[in-house]
Design a protein around this ligand. Sequence first.
Ligand code: TYD
Ligand code: MG
Length: 443
Amino acid sequence: MNGILFSNLLCIMFSCSACWYSSATKLGKCPQCGAFGSFVQVAHSAKTSKSKHTRKQWSVLSAGKSTVTSRFRTLANTELQRVLQQGVKQGGIYLLWWEPGIGKSTIIVQILQDLISHNDMHIQYFTGEEQPNQIKDRRERINPDDKTPLQKTQIYHSTHIEDILTTAEDQHPDLIVIDSIQTIYSEHNDSSAGSPNQVKYCAEKLSEFGKKHNCTIIIIGHVTKGGEIAWPKYLEHIVDVVLYLEGDRFGQLRFLRGQKNRFGHTDDSGIFEMTLFGLQPVYDIKERILQAASTMPWSVLSIWLDNGRPVITQVEVLLNKTKYKFPQRNCIGVDNKRVDMVIAILERYLKINIWLFDVFVNVPGEFDFRDSGIDLAIAAGIYSQYTNQTVPKDTIFVGELALSGKIVTSRLHAKRVKEVPDGFALQDHNNMKYIVEIKTLFG
Ligand code: TYD
Ligand code: MG
């Protein structure tokens, strides 16, 4: 079908399901994101009558506290509270997204339990994926001893946005959960459930409802690795808060991170562990990492930023004489390109031949680094392996390496420094100006 068809006030358009670029024709390759075969048909209602214009009320932007009553419900779980800061806002629109099976429904049930255990709240949980009994079972599994009455939490199996909003309109809940937005559809929209158009339309309707009735809305959304990873970007404008729950699905740790927050900052993360009783907060991450590192004399300690939260970490490095024409660079939990850069800097300024070795860098603990502040730790690990000497004991390396060989201040350095445990020495740009000085630490 070519061009735009106007029939019964419906305008047919095509949209890229990866980035939502719109076009009047179905394109084979998206000009915006380059995806192939990603165009799906979407329908827009064509407005033929001129819309009425109304005069808007204005308000003065003045100093002092807002007169709008903003009510936050705080959470007892401090790992959740550090991500949401003031708590869950009445009338706030929240989006929680990531891959299936990571624990989104679990953490939402825990948030609800936390809220109702010290707030008198009426909650409606709409599930399109599971049966209501499965949600109840999950709640019992997480906290079998919890006898908090749940009369004020209603669970519905529904996938129809008009039914959901009518039900909510009748009962005036304080909070609605949608699990998940991909399963919801509107009868006023031609595309199938889960399509970009439906997802956006339903999220807009939910947001309108939340703002009109001062009802908190929590929307759960899935992305599949390598799949429609772009759609949460398009809901970002519709919602107030975007959170994602990341982690290795087959490992235990989960990181709850803020991506957008109209009510606070996004410089923090909550660390959880998937247990037999749901996602338990991990309060002793520092002790765990120090304990693990104490058994590995070759590992190097550093402090990295997880969404702005400083967390102590260990970096393991191994150098092996290469058997290949081109030496291997294998990195888990760190960016290969950063490691290549650190190797190049070491070769250039310390005059060592790392090209004779395969280099393996591993960051245990399911972390995934995009943080240049651990450059110095990687350099210390490689140099220690190269010279066959252990890294100085009880030392933390924090610093970014510049191509000039200079050690530069890592981002939010002061915040990281506060995380250095008692009795540990810090090696950073204050102790060493240039990477060549690292030699002095190794006798
Ligand atoms: P779930 O919250 O259903 O994930 P999502 O909503 O993101 O798809 O959690 C999925 C996994 O978590 C599932 O494989 C089982 C596991 N799990 C536990 O290990 N312990 C628990 O107490 C719960 C509730 C789930
Ligand atoms: Mg789920």
